[in-house]
Design a protein around this ligand. Structure first.
Ligand code: HEC
Ligand code: HEC
Ligand code: HEC
Ligand code: HEC
Ligand code: HEC
Ligand code: HEC
Ligand code: HEC
Length: 408
């Protein structure tokens, strides 16, 4: 079905939002009714009213009463900030005159990002049959924390579509959205549920008169519940029993088996996998293979973008220790950018002298194992068409190994 590549690069269909929604509905229906796919029902996705179905703010405040430190750190993470309602604050790209434009290799086609009364819009201008054309759509939702970039969505007839212009942090510039062709104007790329399953807490796809619509009772960002499951009973129990210091009625992924713990990250970090059942309904501890088909991407070199699980599984560290999981190195409740601090995690297992190298790479060894053993590598599947070249973002290769290019 959808590959991560096609999802990041192309959404689900190049159909025009206005004229050909009918075709699109058929495609989408095909997608959802494939064997094994379940039609999502309100019951499976709507959370318990007090927490999950409510706004993010209310849900998180409920945890903050007792886990203040965790919540405060979590609010600045890429997970929490991975989708938002669009506003002047949440859209990262420049909107001042002169910088609010994306020119293309076609001198007559360009895009502008404009602001009217606090609402942002993308305006495309192009020539068609000798006449000047213009199309303007609002920036409604932001996808991407803005570490590397952001993409933008707009609502049309109850469905979500990807806007043609995205933002790239590198160079602080507007770019063609990943996979969009330079010099073409395309507002017809529908957003499949899978995109939101990885970038939000919950969205519900419904059909009204056979038209797909996303229910407006959704929750942006990745909330606590995606990794800890439903917490109503946990909260009410601990409110009633303030002296019990043992956490009850809540999933802590660290207490699951190694496989199940890894699956709690694999939901979104194992790349290209066919969806059998919406992962919005998945709770850590469940068997992930009931939700996603096996990873059939390239082995043993899966792409560095979005498939850390497969890459890590190809490392000697992972294979020859019984304990390594993602949380051996990552605390997902905080932003981690300090490579020296992350290198400390290596030393928990690698206590031996790195003697030959130590003499040659004095200093660097101490504070950074990462650049040599988990180098940044370009994604092979994520392509962004800049007017003058194709750009591929870089990610950490999670296959921890000796890379010949680091030998000197
Ligand atoms: C009324 C207080 C209270 C509220 C509200 C609360 N918790 Fe807890 N929670 C506790 C206590 C007490 C513990 C046990 C001590 C600890 O680990 O901090 C705990 C432990 C946990 C644990 C670890 C469980 C384990 O097995 O190690 C998780 C995960 C957790 N809470 C998640 C949440 C989430 C998510 C929310 C919000 C939806 C939340 N809690 C709201 C009191 C609360
Ligand atoms: C991306 C997945 C993920 C999200 C989102 C997440 N957690 Fe966790 N959480 C984990 C994992 C994994 C562990 C176990 C970490 C470990 O002990 O190595 C954990 C452990 C905990 C613990 C017990 C250990 C501790 O650090 O005190 C608490 C409490 C907790 N989380 C609360 C929260 C709250 C509150 C939120 C939302 C603000 C949240 N978590 C969001 C994955 C997540
Ligand atoms: C619901 C989907 C989902 C789950 C579950 C999930 N992640 Fe993520 N994760 C994402 C997305 C999406 C991003 C990219 C966020 C962005 O930058 O917009 C991300 C980013 C990250 C990052 C980079 C953070 C940064 O600061 O740039 C790390 C590290 C990470 N995830 C680790 C984990 C680990 C470990 C687990 C399991 C405990 C996990 N994730 C579970 C979706 C998920
Ligand atoms: C299978 C899960 C998955 C799906 C589906 C998915 N993404 Fe992502 N996305 C990720 C992860 C994980 C990252 C973090 C980078 C990495 O690990 O490769 C990411 C990164 C991003 C980023 C860059 C964030 C940053 O600032 O670094 C954007 C923008 C983005 N995705 C948009 C989308 C859009 C739009 C869709 C749907 C059309 C989509 N993604 C579908 C998992 C997913
Ligand atoms: C949970 C324990 C653990 C952690 C943490 C860990 N490793 Fe390993 N690593 C191992 C084991 C076990 C092996 C296999 C035996 C050996 O070569 O020592 C290994 C092997 C290696 C190898 C040899 C790889 C090969 O293909 O021969 C390198 C290089 C390495 N680790 C680097 C790192 C770096 C860098 C980090 C931190 C980013 C790290 N390791 C974190 C356990 C770990
Ligand atoms: C041995 C340590 C280690 C383990 C285990 C590990 N990571 Fe990482 N990860 C890192 C380091 C170091 C970075 C780079 C941090 C940075 O540059 O901000 C990183 C970065 C990331 C990023 C940010 C995107 C990128 O590639 O730059 C994501 C997403 C991520 N890890 C997910 C995971 C997931 C999911 C797992 C489990 C399958 C995992 N990591 C296991 C060390 C580790
Ligand atoms: C300048 C790049 C560089 C840095 C920094 C570096 N390594 Fe290495 N490492 C190598 C190379 C190259 C090899 C292969 C050695 C050889 O073949 O002579 C290696 C080998 C290893 C091995 C395999 C066993 C061995 O000793 O041959 C382990 C484990 C390892 N490194 C861990 C680490 C850890 C932990 C750190 C951080 C404290 C680190 N490395 C920092 C380049 C580096």
């Amino acid at each position: 079905m959808q590959s991560l590549q096609s999802i990041h690069n192309s959404g689900i269909g190049k159909v025009d939002a206005d004229r050909r929604l009918g075709v699109f509905v058929l495609m989408l229906a095909g997608l959802l009714f494939l064997p094994g796919c379940q039609v999502l029902s309100l019951e499976t996705l709507r959370g318990e009213p007090a927490l999950i179905g409510q706004t993010k703010r209310e849900a998180d405040i409920a945890c903050r009463d007792c886990h203040r430190d965790v919540v405060d750190r979590y609010l600045s993470t890429a997970h929490y900030r991975t989708s938002f309602e669009a506003s002047l604050q949440t859209v990262s790209g420049p909107i001042e005159d002169g910088r609010n434009i994306l020119r293309t290799r076609d001198p007559l086609t360009h895009f502008r990002i404009i602001q009217e009364d606090g609402q942002l819009f993308q305006v495309a201008e192009w020539m068609e049959k000798g006449r000047r054309k213009e199309r303007k759509e609002p920036i409604d939702l932001v996808v991407g924390s803005g570490r590397k970039g952001q993409s933008y969505l707009f609502w049309k007839d109850g469905f979500l579509f990807q806007l043609p212009v995205s933002y790239l942090v590198e160079g602080d510039q507007w770019i063609n959205s990943p996979g969009f062709e330079d010099g073409k104007v395309n507002f017809g790329r529908g957003i499949p549920p899978r995109c939101l399953e990885c970038h939000a807490t919950h969205f519900l796809l419904e059909f009204e008169d056979n038209q797909p619509r996303y229910n407006r009772d959704y929750m942006t960002g990745i909330g606590c519940g995606r990794c800890h499951g439903r917490a109503n009973r946990h909260v009410s129990y601990h409110r009633a029993n303030p002296n019990d210091r043992q956490g009850r009625f809540i999933v802590n992924p660290a207490r699951l088996s190694r496989t199940r713990e890894l699956e709690s990250c694999a939901v979104c970090h194992s790349g290209d996998r066919e969806v059998k059942k919406s992962t919005f309904a998945y709770t850590p501890g469940d068997n992930l293979s009931e939700f996603l088909a096996p990873d059939t991407g390239p082995q043993p070199y899966p792409d560095v973008h979005g498939n850390q699980v497969a890459l890590l599984s190809h490392s000697a560290c992972f294979q020859e220790s019984d304990v390594m999981t993602c949380t051996t190195c990552h605390d997902v409740h905080q932003t981690e950018r300090d490579l020296a601090a992350m290198s400390e995690k290596c030393l928990a297992c690698h206590t031996e002298e790195h003697s030959t190298l130590e003499s040659r790479h004095l200093g660097r060894l101490q504070d950074n194992c990462i650049d040599c053993h988990m180098p940044l590598r370009e994604s092979r599947v994520l392509t962004i068409h800049l007017p003058d070249r194709v750009y591929a973002p870089q990610y950490r290769d999670h296959r921890i190994a000796v890379y010949p290019e680091t030998k000197r």
